[in-house]
Design a protein around this ligand. Sequence first.
Ligand code: 4AD
Ligand code: MG
Length: 430
Amino acid sequence: MKTTIQHIAKYEGQEVTIGAWLANKRSSGKIAFLQLRDGTGFMQAVVVKNDVDENVFKLAKTMNQESSMYITGTIVEDKRSPIGYEMQVKNIELIQEAVDYPITPKEHGTEFLMDHRHLWLRSRRQHAVMKIRNEIIRSTYEFFNARDFVKVDPPILTGASAEDTTELFHVEYFDEEAYLSQSGQLYMEAAAMALGKVFSFGPTFRAEKSKTRRHLIEFWMMEPEMAFVEHEESLQIQEQYVTHVVQSVLENCQTELKQLDRDISKLEKVKTPFPRITYGEAIKFLKEKGFTDIEWGDDFGAPHETAIAENYNQPVFITNWPKEIKAFYMQPHPDNPELVLCADLIAPEGYGEIIGGSERIHDYDLMKQRYEEHGLSGPAYEWYLELRKYGSVPHSGFGLGLERTVAWISGVEHVRETIPFPRLLNRLYP
Ligand code: 4AD
Ligand code: MG
């Protein structure tokens, strides 16, 4: 019977075959312990000299790390194993002997590992992070599908910028100039007017010259957009969504969280409602804390976000930002037109902003005025303005940065480990 490590519990007492790689091994005299990995998980296989053909035992003792094989044996319970089972080996059919695998069980430097990212992905730690990433994606679809959102795919090649125009990647589009999308939002607003509640999930690109543990050049964003939803309701959906994702990882990624030594008591505290402070309160708090480098009207840097987040053991919303430091499309605050109806969601433990969202301007004249203030013109923006012309309605949306969310939930320090092949300021390889 051919199976995988993930399903091994079903085969206790039975003989199975697994396609696997050798992650590690140790042996002494008459016994060899093989640490197998098969993509679905990790498991120990025990080869006892007297139970197998001579050549099989010889192979088990000499096989190199990352050699590939079909391995056959009986599944038995093993209380010490993290997965509860191990294999008593009957036979090994070598597929390829690996020679000089560069990533040995010893410690390697970050640059070396990043240069070998195509192989580093095979490690237990990277495997765990990728599985958590997958669970976040799966539970995102689950959350939005259960609430009647329609998945819509905005284009990647675009003519208009949604966020900071200095961070655009320019590409030739025949005779025109195009950009790689830095957010699907503008298109998602059009989609929300057609389908009501929509969400996208796709890659976005920012030519940011930031070299921090939170910045990637190419990252993936979840962008829900909702017609007839005002700011307050959007905040509630955001906190429910983030809570759902955290709960799903806690339920379905126990092995992975353990592999990463994640302190899950911190994740268990994530419950709705999330605390909120206004931008104004945040500035006041930072000044009281002794930050002298921040004034009303400034955007926050990582140290500011971290100082604010340290006050809470939950993600925290910072609301009501000055309009000057936010995007052109944000709805003014009804009590103070200098502020906009928006929020950034800051993750605990110093992981920074994981969501940026707002209510959008739906008034045609006001949007037109904002265009003029921001110097936006030309056909690339005309269609967006037109959305405010034909049955415009209040609507809100937000964008969750997948990699920062993976970093926070997994507890890994740097976003470079949260995406299979990170694109960084100084890295396009592999
Ligand atoms: O706050 P941002 O720029 O918001 C938008 O793009 C909106 N148009 C989204 C929307 O309302 N539909 O980006 C959203 C999130 C941030 O909170 C952050 O988590 C992530 O995207 N993000 C990055 N993640 C990794 N590397 C970068 N360079 C990032 N820039 C933003
Ligand atoms: Mg933002």
